[in-house]
Each structure stands twice: as C-alpha cells, then as structure tokens.
Design a protein around this ligand. Sequence first.
Ligand code: ARG
Length: 553
Amino acid sequence: MIKEQIQQKIQEIFGLDFVPEICSTNFEGADFAVSPKLIFEIVKKAGTSAEKVKEKIIESATQDLGCVASVKNGFVNISIRDISQEVRIFLETDNYLEKKQNHDKTIVIDYSAPNIAKRFSIGNLRSTIIGAAVANSYKALGYKVEGINHLGDWGTQFGKLVVAIEKWGDKKEIEKNPLEQLSNLYIRFHREAQSNPALVDEARLAFKKLESGDERTRVIWRKCINWSMKEFDHYYDELGIHIENIIGESFYDDKTVQVIRELDQKGLLKESEGAKIVEFDHLPPAVIQKKDEATLYITRDLASIKYRIEKFKPTKMIYHVGLEQQLHFTQLFEIVRMLGWAKNVELVYAGHGLVKLPSGKMSAREGNVVLLEELIREAKERVRDIFKGGGADKIDEDKVKAVAIGAIKYTDLKQNRKTNIVFDWANALDLNGNSGPYLQYAYARISSVISKSGLKIGDLIAESNEMKIDKDQVKDLIFFQDVVNEMAENEMPNLICNFAYKIASKANSYYERVRVLNEDKDELIKNIMPLFVWEKLLRLSFEIIGLEPLKEV
Ligand code: ARG
C-alpha cells in the first residue's frame, strides 16, 4: 500500500528505528501529511535540520514514488498521482486489512456477560453488539481475539434462587420459559422474604452449601445455568454473534483464595467490621471478602484477570460494560496495578451509556426492562411491513431477519458508545438515512449493477493498470486501514459506521450523475470501477459491523 511505501521510504532515508506514522488527509487536495511533530521526531533521530528533513521527504516522494509533494504550514503534504496501483492491490488482496505484525498479539475482550436467571434486556444488548464489533475489527487487522463471556453465574443471589426453586418452582414450567419463570421466582423470593425473614437465612445457608460443593444444591444451580444458556444461545444465534469463551464468575470461586492471600501478603488488605477491604487514596474502599467470608464480584474479577493473563498472554484486555460500573473498574484496575500483575498488558474499560426507548422504558436492573426478544420481534414485524409496502408478494424470512438484526445493531453502533442513546424505530429503519437498511440497500444496488455488467473482479484488475481511475471517487480507500485501526484502538465502532455511510451515500448519488451500464466497453469499465471498490469497502465494513451483505433486498 502506498501509505506504507511512503512510511518505509522515510524510515529508510533517515535510518529510523520506528515506523513514522503519516496521516491520511483530505486537506488542500493532499492524500497524506507528515506532521510537524513527526518531522521534529525525525530531526531528533537523524540529527539534521527540519528544512533538510522536509526537503528529503519531498525529493523521495516525488522521485522514488511518483507522488506530488510540497510544504504547507509546516506539514509536508503528499498526494499520489495515480491511484490505480492502490485499487489493484485492494481488489486482489484477500485479507486487505490484516497485518502480519499483529499475528502474535492476543486481545482479550470481555463482553455480553448477562446474568444467569435474569432476562436478557436491551441493556445487555449494547455490550454484546459493541463488543462483537470491536472484536471483529481486531480480527480483521490480524490480531488473535479471545472473546470472553463472563456470565453472572455466582453470588449470594443464587442461594435465594435455589430456595425459591425448591419451594415454589415447577420444573416443567421453567423448562418451557426459563428466564421468565426464574426471574419471577426471584421476585417472589424477595416479596415473601419481607414477611418471612427466615427465608433470608435459608438462602444464605443454601449459598454456603453451593460454595462448599453440596451436590443437591449444585444440581439445581447447574440447571439454572443450562436453562438460561439455552435462551441466551438463541439470542446469540439470532444476532449472529459467537463468543469464543464462556467462562462464568463461578469458575473463579476457588481461585479467589489465592488472590486474597496475595493481597494479604503484599500488605494491601485491611480489616473493617469483620470484612476485608482494600483502601485507595482517591477512591472509596473496595470490599474483597465479606464478614461471612463470601467473596464479591470484584474478587472474582481479580481472579479472572490473573487467569486471563496467564492463559492468553494478551497485550490488551478490553471490558465492554455499562458506564454505571465505572467505579468498579477503576478500583479493579487500581488493585491490579498495586499487585503488579499487568505490567505488559493494557487494561481498558470501554464503558457505554444506557439505552432507552422513547417511551421512557430503560434497561434498568429490575422491572420495566425491555426484553431483547420483544425488540427482535418488533423489528421483524416492521421490516416485514416495509417489504410488503414495497410490493413484495413473497416475504423471504431470512432477509427479514438480516435487515431487522442489521437495523438493531447499526442504530446502536453508529452512535458514540459513551453517550446514552434512545432507541428509535423511525431512525433505525430509515431507508433514506443513516441506518442499517439504508446501507444494505446501497450494497445490494451496487451488487446488482455489477452483476448486470457481467464483469468480474479479475477483468477489472487486468484493466486497472491501464486505466485512469477517478481518484475522487475511490480515494476513501486510502483511509480505510486508518479508520479500522482507530476504531479498534479506541473501541469506537461509530467510526467504521460513519465510513460505511459515506461510501453508501457516495454510491447512491453516483448513479444520478453517471450512466454506469454503458454499451461502450471502455466507458463501462471506467464507470464501473468505483463500484467494485465500494462493493468491497462496504463488504469489509459490514463484516466488522456485523451487517449481512445482501445481494438483493
Ligand atoms: N454480569 C455483569 C452485569 O450484568 C457484567 C460482567 C462484566 N464483566 C466483568 N468482567 N465484570 O452487570
């Protein structure tokens, strides 16, 4: 790729021991810019003047690489004369975004993580959708990705659940509708415990039994997991999302002992009213072990970090969890720092905001929860109506699903993850606006024109060297790698959404100006070239976003 060639040349000329990162730009008609900051770094390394550095870069860019280059406001602007080589490489390279140097790097991504025996709400959905997109971006760049579903399958609430199931549960009913039944039982426990406090002691005892491995209690608890997983798996299937590792909190229960010991040995534990806590300078203390010796969410998270570092040897660990857990993750990472565990691992908390429906319903923990099931059902109904309104006589259910799920995912991903979002149907399904269906339509239209032309990618590649390609139409190509890099590095899927939207809009307005399907072969090839580029750019972006590229809609 030309950007890499330029970087390599600069590195060579000045004998740099780092890759000089030039930026892609649209400024002043340039394609790339060498920033004053980078020039300054080169000056430091190469021991020459800034003037000499700029001069040499210009010389090499123009003479060795056939670009146009000049100095503007302290930057060296570089633009390529002919984009055909870029286009050819792009069209003929299978894993265009993949970088060899990423192959031996592992990224651990903690996402989705619903709680066993609780309904899967649209709150869980954000973590699932954003986490999957970020995982896809790292995969596309060639990293090894270990997604982890840190299921909420442990904690004192399971004592309550076991008691409730034993007292009031009907196995057949639960099996029919697990999450609904189990959350009802849980709610009933709380209701009855108000007038019968002895239930709370029973639950405490049940959890103790569970912790000490009591067979009967374990069997009920296991069943809760299996029942819940069956329903969760159905959602993952619908969403087309696969998480590599399912390792719930319970897995770490026996590993917390060692964590507590290590904290103690390093002098980090304090006693407070019988509980064990860690204190910080600027944060409220974190309880690590309760008075009754039960461990907590944070204790298990600590154990999981240790386990993940040992097992996966990651360079980065990312957590996609709602921003309401900001304090938890700040404390968690601070303890890890105190313990000195993560010296070579970057820990990132990529929190996200809440999702609300316009009606005011929220992804709250209790009650008033919008269920994923309802959301998917409604999305499908609305898409079916759109298809019927468009005159379709036979409704293809696979397509309905692809468009409905695409709409749900995209409407979330296109927004900055840190903001609270409002889920709005008109917006999610807007066929003329920035939506999943709009992008899928744009893609299908490109595919259909390409297929009508009868041309194959090979024909275009063969011609691409000879032809003058309209750089303005396909220039986005040179930003693509940067966009995906930036998205991955900052866990920001909205960047790739913006990119794809821009391509789709460009394609849609192109047909208004250009009659692509021309009888003249040369004209046809010239006009259709951008479509091949856009088709592939969109397809690769869809893979990251998790949109299905439909050939026709
Ligand atoms: N199950 C938790 C919840 O629903 C999220 C877990 C996130 N991951 C983690 N390692 N803490 O709140």
